[in-house]
Design a protein around this ligand. Structure first.
Ligand SMILES: Nc1ncnc2c1ncn2[C@@H]1O[C@H](COP(=O)(O)OP(=O)(O)OP(=O)(O)O)[C@@H](O)[C@H]1O
Ligand SMILES: [Mg+2]
Length: 183
């Protein structure tokens, strides 16, 4: 599906966050600035976990506890992982994600080919700048260079792919292509 603004990416993720369960593993893929963290912030809102989701820097794993006065009191926590600097599944194992895996929703930016062994089911979320998007207008001679163009809304293509029994029946808000069902 295609979203045209960061707010839409956030809202889509929030709707998904409302139906996620403890034990769910999400693997986010997309180039720098594609919107992985924006998506995760939306998930956090739908899950009703403590705010402050940011692009992880030196901290590779952040746990956002579910809020008693949020939309899903008693619901799952959010474990937010950035696997960008991790080269192998061995380094992933050092993070001890198994400890929280069963009760929390685990979201891994740059998780492709690194975290698949953690669970028998996973939801892959691919975010990309939509092909044919206009992108920032080229700077005309004499223009003040604007380095903030990243914040301008641009279309994104978001593809969901579910693997394993958990995603055999996709949440209705998603257009999940389930390989097992062959569609
Ligand atoms: N349709 C859109 N969906 C999501 N973000 C968008 C969209 N249009 C513009 N943006 C902007 O793109 C940026 C996405 O940044 P974000 O930190 O979410 O990306 P990221 O994939 O996590 O990057 P990184 O790999 O550096 O962690 C934000 O500044 C956001 O406002
Ligand atoms: Mg990020």
């Amino acid at each position: 599906m295609t979203v045209t603004t960061a707010e839409q990416t956030h809202a889509l993720a929030a709707a998904l966050g409302e139906v996620l369960e403890g034990g769910d593993l999400l693997v986010l893929t997309g180039e720098l600035g594609a919107g992985k963290t924006t998506f995760t912030q939306g998930l956090g809102e739908g899950l009703g976990v403590r705010a402050g989701i940011i692009s992880p820097t030196f901290v590779l794993v952040r746990i956002h506890p579910n809020l008693a006065d949020g939309p899903r009191p008693g619901g799952p926590d959010l474990v937010h992982v950035d696997a960008y600097r991790l080269d192998s599944s061995a380094e992933i194992d050092d993070l001890d994600l198994e400890n929280t895996m069963d009760t929390a929703v685990t979201v891994v930016e740059w998780g492709r080919d690194r975290v698949e062994h953690l669970s028998d089911s996973r939801l892959e979320v691919d975010l990309h700048r939509a092909v044919g998007g206009e992108g920032p207008a080229p700077a005309a001679a004499g223009d003040v260079l604007d380095f903030d163009t990243d914040d301008d809304d641009e279309p994104r293509t978001i593809v969901f792919r579910g693997f394993g029994p958990r995603w055999a029946a996709a949440p209705h808000i998603l257009d999940v292509t389930s390989p097992e069902k062959g569609n």
